[in-house]
Design a binder for this molecule. Structure first.
Ligand code: HEC
Ligand code: HEC
Ligand code: HEC
Ligand code: HEC
Ligand code: HEC
Ligand code: HEC
Ligand code: HEC
Ligand code: HEC
Length: 261
């Protein structure tokens, strides 16, 4: 049924007298359909000013001009917020424009008191650029937001208009986290690391070349725990002469979590 056009008895009488072979006739039909489509598209479906200026819609310029302006540009901000512009100018964020973080500010510039731009204080903003991603260029400062000081807003440690590159950490626990966390829940929680170790400042920059001291003698612990020690407060005491005299104290008591069983 579908190919009735090719059944000879259904053909129009004059059809046979055209001396073209069948396949040419079919091509002719396709060609005519294409021409009709082309004419319809050009006259009815194409935007009016399309080919006027080459392969471009000439009226696009006017419609783009008519769009509302959202961004004011950084120059505009310096008129009223020059302290922030100056702060940012020499910072690591010098190439991050104000409106990248604060959003489009054109209507704020027009009427500052009516339209206040947002000052995004949530943790979500900064990771847009700083979240760790292996494909980012080497050296671009990146963090793992799950482990990097979670639950605190970034601003509490980094000034967004003048973020500082990392300093070598000051606290012992930044590098000796396991020990610090262990000690924090032990009977020695109140003791500073430096009460038992004297750590040179250089240890924090070059830890393996500049080593802190470690207690060497039983009398060190005895300074607080000896029977006659002058240490104040409720400190458990032992008699150094009789309490396991042949061993160092830390062979039995882990100094960062001393236990008595
Ligand atoms: C004509 C002066 C003027 C210009 C130009 C201007 N601001 Fe402001 N801006 C103000 C004033 C005034 C306020 C305080 C408004 C208030 O407290 O209600 C303000 C407040 C802000 C705030 C604080 C919002 C908050 O939550 O505390 C931000 C952020 C800000 N402006 C960003 C910008 C940025 C970005 C630009 C440039 C695109 C800019 N401003 C341009 C006058 C200006
Ligand atoms: C990297 C993102 C970032 C850029 C770039 C940035 N800001 Fe901010 N800005 C912030 C954040 C975050 C705060 C909120 C700080 C806070 O609460 O401590 C803020 C606060 C402000 C405030 C309000 C201060 C207040 O106490 O309410 C103003 C005004 C402001 N920025 C202006 C600017 C201007 C002008 C520029 C461009 C020179 C700029 N900012 C660039 C992130 C940015
Ligand atoms: C639009 C992207 C972008 C956003 C958003 C952004 N930063 Fe940055 N940040 C940068 C660029 C670019 C640098 C400079 C990197 C360089 O110099 O190699 C930078 C540098 C830094 C540095 C310096 C670190 C170093 O080791 O050099 C810190 C810290 C920093 N940003 C913190 C923040 C904080 C906090 C926020 C949110 C308030 C923030 N950034 C939002 C792009 C961004
Ligand atoms: C409690 C304080 C604190 C908070 C909160 C904090 N940071 Fe940091 N940040 C630091 C310190 C300290 C360093 C330097 C030591 C380090 O790398 O851990 C640093 C380093 C960085 C660096 C540089 C890393 C590098 O390798 O150069 C970036 C970028 C950064 N922080 C972004 C952020 C962002 C984004 C947030 C919020 C999601 C944030 N920080 C929250 C304290 C903080
Ligand atoms: C920048 C990271 C860093 C900081 C900060 C740091 N340390 Fe260390 N520390 C190390 C490294 C790395 C070693 C060497 C570990 C090794 O060789 O096995 C070390 C070793 C030590 C040792 C063992 C020395 C030895 O000879 O066995 C002690 C004790 C020590 N640190 C105490 C401290 C104290 C106390 C502080 C704070 C005042 C501190 N550290 C701060 C990184 C650091
Ligand atoms: C009560 C005294 C005391 C305090 C407080 C103390 N330590 Fe120690 N620490 C010791 C003794 C004793 C040793 C030696 C253990 C040994 O030689 O087996 C030691 C060993 C170490 C070592 C060598 C590696 C190891 O685990 O044995 C490091 C690193 C260290 N301490 C870091 C710290 C840090 C960081 C703090 C603070 C968070 C701290 N210590 C607090 C007494 C103390
Ligand atoms: C600066 C004083 C001081 C020094 C030095 C000190 N301790 Fe302590 N230690 C204390 C205090 C204070 C307590 C008790 C805290 C409390 O009330 O729970 C304590 C508790 C203890 C306990 C008892 C824990 C328990 O379960 O009751 C042991 C064991 C102990 N220390 C071992 C040591 C050893 C071993 C050293 C030497 C590496 C040492 N201490 C050095 C102050 C010190
Ligand atoms: C051979 C293992 C060993 C050595 C070495 C050792 N202790 Fe003990 N220590 C123990 C045991 C076991 C206990 C719990 C039983 C007891 O009270 O005799 C204890 C208990 C303690 C107590 C708690 C006393 C109380 O009344 O709660 C302190 C404080 C103490 N030791 C400090 C030290 C000091 C300081 C040194 C080094 C001078 C040291 N120990 C060396 C095994 C040891």
């Amino acid at each position: 049924m579908l190919n009735f056009r090719f059944r000879p008895e259904l053909r129009m009488p004059g059809w046979k007298s055209i001396p073209f072979p069948d396949q040419i006739k079919r091509l002719l039909i396709i060609f005519i359909i294409l021409v009709i489509m082309l004419i319809t598209v050009r006259n009815y479906l194409m935007p009016p000013t399309f080919v006027k200026e080459g392969h471009y819609r000439a009226a696009a310029i006017d419609s783009i001009l008519a769009l509302p302006i959202h961004y004011a540009g950084q120059e505009a901000c310096s008129e009223c917020h020059d302290e922030y512009v100056a702060l940012k100018q020499t910072s690591y964020h010098q190439n991050v424009a104000c409106e990248v973080c604060h959003g489009p500010g054109a209507n704020h510039v027009e009427d500052p008191s009516e339209n206040t731009p947002s000052a995004p204080r949530q943790r979500g903003l900064c990771p847009l650029c700083h979240i760790y991603n292996a494909s980012k260029p080497t050296g671009f400062p990146q963090i793992n937001i799950v482990t990097h000081n979670p639950l605190e807003p970034c601003m509490s440690c980094h000034e967004p208009h003048d973020p500082k590159p990392p300093q070598p950490p000051e606290e012992c626990g930044a590098c000796h986290g396991e020990i610090a966390r262990t000690k924090a829940v032990s009977h020695h929680a109140a003791l500073e690391c430096t009460q038992c170790h004297s750590a040179p400042e250089a240890h924090k920059k070059d830890p393996r070349s500049f080593r802190p001291s470690k207690p060497r003698k039983r009398t060190f612990c005895g300074g607080c725990h000896g029977e006659n020690a002058e240490s104040a407060g409720e400190i458990p005491r032992v008699d150094l002469q009789s309490h396991e005299p042949d061993h160092a104290c830390w062979q039995c008591h882990y100094p960062h979590y001393p236990e008595v069983r």
